[in-house]
Design a protein around this ligand. Structure first.
Ligand code: PNS
Length: 161
């Protein structure tokens, strides 16, 4: 069985993440969405909120599991018998960082392979950071995030449609 991990902060999950998840599911048998819990990094959503939102969106997909991780991704992969990492690349600007992380991960765990999927055009400019900024000023994000995420951000920022 081909098992892979899609790691990230998912603060919050966007349609760009969803695009990568659905395309990864075409090439692997099981995808573990690993949500980073880093107490040193300030996030808008708690780890529980991020996992709940992803679980809600994933409830119709059977070959997906959602786990929290902290510490090194390579340790999570070793502990869960995973040798494939999925990452999305939106633009050239993502490349340097992703390349450095890829090299470091390979250095730490030589059996780990990273598969990069290029984001679809309509998602190539979306980031969780931008979504939060637009939502915080009451901007329209409904077509960029799943409905449950849109509702949660409205609840947080106190905006109504
Ligand atoms: O959604 P993000 O914030 O781009 O995801 C980044 C993530 C979580 C994949 C990356 O920061 C990560 O793997 N963090 C865990 C610590 C680690 O293993 N770092 C890589 C070696 S430098």
């Amino acid at each position: 069985m081909r098992k892979a991990v899609y790691p990230g902060s998912f603060d919050p999950l966007t349609n760009g993440h969803l695009d990568i998840i659905d395309r990864a599911l075409e090439i692997v048998d099981h995808l573990v969405i690993a949500v980073l819990h880093n107490s040193a990094k300030k996030s808008l959503l708690t780890i529980e909120q991020r996992i709940d939102l992803i679980s809600e969106v994933m409830k119709k997909r059977s070959n997906v599991s959602i786990k929290m991780f902290s510490g090194l991704l390579v340790d999570f992969c070793r502990g869960n018998d995973i040798k494939i990492v999925i990452r999305g690349l939106r633009a050239v600007s993502d490349f340097d960082y992703e390349h450095a992380v890829f090299l470091m991960n390979r250095n730490l765990f030589s059996k780990l392979e990273t598969v990069f999927l290029m984001s679809s055009g309509e998602h190539s400019f979306i980031s969780s950071t931008m979504i939060k900024e637009v939502a915080s000023y009451g901007g329209h994000i409904a077509d960029r995030v799943p409905d449950v995420v849109n509702s949660k951000l409205k609840e947080i920022y106190g905006k109504k449609d």
